[in-house]
Write a protein that binds this ligand. Structure first.
Ligand SMILES: [Cu+2]
Length: 319
């Protein structure tokens, strides 16, 4: 696997060409879900011992010299978990991004532990690079501006699982929870996980008829070459999705480009799959962005929590 020690923003063009290959290795490799975050607990050993560590960066505190990593099992030391690590050289943290897959050496000595030789093996999908729907990466001139909370979500057209052409703006009046998926996704932590969370959300929102009418869950496919309305309808049935509360739809790449950048969505094909990140947007009844879930939170958000956001946007929040 290629190593990266500089941020994507500063990647040279030749590295850009290789990046799609690098990205194709990302996705389903995160360590088993940790149930808790525990502080770094040094183990007293007579002689310092060095362990190889692999994981995904969750957060970085450069001034503290700390990086929180959801790491895989470290044989002989500890099971997979999320925990902060101290680093010898704070400069090592400056170019890290949450979501970066990393490798390093963990030295456990007398009453201390230290992370060294930290390298990025697979960069996080950060929105300074755009994955072209036709394949390959396009470098954007500047980091695209994500829509700020309260900004109007740009309109775009899509076709529902019933084959009906609709525009996002036609759904004004309802609180919309929108995500992007493709039905062939092989990575359990990506589209199948988003489907599962939407299923839970649909179950919560569907408990009262009034609430179900006021809310629309939209799973939009970015794979129009495969995800026809018929395939979406089959997929919806498997998911137990009952439109209109939970509707599947598909949009063309041109239409998706109207919202992808401002919602931080990136997707693009590799030989075996479509690489993409996870984005969930909660849109208020007036069409304005109320909440945007991207980055690592794209995989950790809960239906109960998003449902609270939805409830806060309804005219009668007690419903
Ligand atoms: Cu996927």
């Amino acid at each position: 696997m290629l190593a990266r020690t500089i941020a994507f923003e500063r990647v040279c063009p030749s590295v850009l060409l290789m990046s799609l290959f690098v990205l194709s290795g990302c996705g389903g490799k995160e360590a088993a879900a940790p149930s808790q975050v525990s502080p770094s607990r040094p183990v007293a050993l007579a002689e310092p011992k060095v362990y190889a560590m692999k994981g995904v960066v969750r957060s970085i505190e450069v001034s503290e010299g700390l990086v929180t990593i959801r790491h895989e099992e470290i044989p002989g030391l500890m099971p997979a978990m999320t925990m902060p690590f101290g680093v010898a050289d704070k400069a090592m943290l400056e170019d890290l991004e949450p979501g970066d897959e990393v490798e390093g050496k963990l030295t456990i000595g007398k009453g201390s532990s230290l992370l060294t030789e930290l390298t990025v093996t697979c960069p996080a999908l950060v929105p300074t690079l755009s994955l072209s729907p036709k394949g390959g990466l396009t470098r954007l001139d500047s980091k695209p501006k994500a829509l700020t909370i309260g900004g109007l979500v740009p309109d775009f057209a899509m076709t529902t699982q019933e084959g009906k052409e609709i525009k996002l703006s036609e759904l004004r009046g309802q609180v919309i929870v929108l995500t992007f998926i493709y039905t062939r996704c092989p990575l359990p932590e990506f589209c199948p996980l988003l489907d599962k969370k939407f299923r839970e959300l649909a179950e919560i929102e569907g408990r009262s008829a009034d609430r179900a009418k006021a809310v629309r869950l939209l799973s939009i496919s970015f794979d129009p070459e495969h995800d026809t309305p018929t395939i979406l309808a089959q997929h919806a049935k498997i998911q137990g999705a009952k439109p209109p509360l939970w509707t599947f739809a598909v949009a063309s790449h041109d239409e998706l480009s109207k919202v992808a950048t401002c919602l931080g969505l990136m997707y693009g094909p590799t030989p075996n799959e479509i690489m993409h990140n996870r984005v969930v947007a909660v849109i208020a009844a007036d069409g304005k962005l109320a909440r945007l879930i991207t980055g690592p939170e794209g995989g950790t958000w809960t239906a109960v929590d998003v449902s609270k956001t939805v409830r806060s946007l309804l005219p009668n929040p007690s419903k």
